[in-house]
Design a protein around this ligand. Structure first.
Ligand code: CA
Ligand code: CA
Length: 103
């Protein structure tokens, strides 16, 4: 906590600002999509990826993370059945068209 002025943490302006930010977040819903495709598909940014379906355990693990975040944060997380309109897309990628550039 070195360098943090305690007055800053309890100032009225600061708590008002925090409250305003939280009120704003009350309305925010982030949707996530868990991909289930086996094969090759194109992403919006032009990359081609090869994916495997997520296992039941992986899906439960991912849902658990978002459920935990939902409880902790004012933001709500909802699972989307399709990639269209989802804010976060999750793929189980085994190959990507731009991976060779990183080697
Ligand atoms: Ca929440
Ligand atoms: Ca999406």
């Amino acid at each position: 906590m070195a360098g943090v002025n305690p007055k800053f943490l309890i100032s009225k302006d600061f708590s008002r600002h925090t409250k305003a930010a939280l009120d704003l977040d009350d309305d925010v819903v982030l949707t996530y999509y868990i991909d289930d495709s086996d094969g090759t598909q194109s992403l919006a940014d032009g990359r081609t990826i090869t994916t495997l379906p997520h296992t039941t355990e992986e899906v439960r693990f991912i849902e658990g993370i978002f459920d935990g975040l939902d409880t902790l944060l004012a933001i709500d997380f909802e699972r989307s059945p399709t990639t269209k309109g989802s804010d976060i897309d999750i793929y189980s990628v085994i190959d990507s068209s731009d991976w060779e550039k990183m080697i």
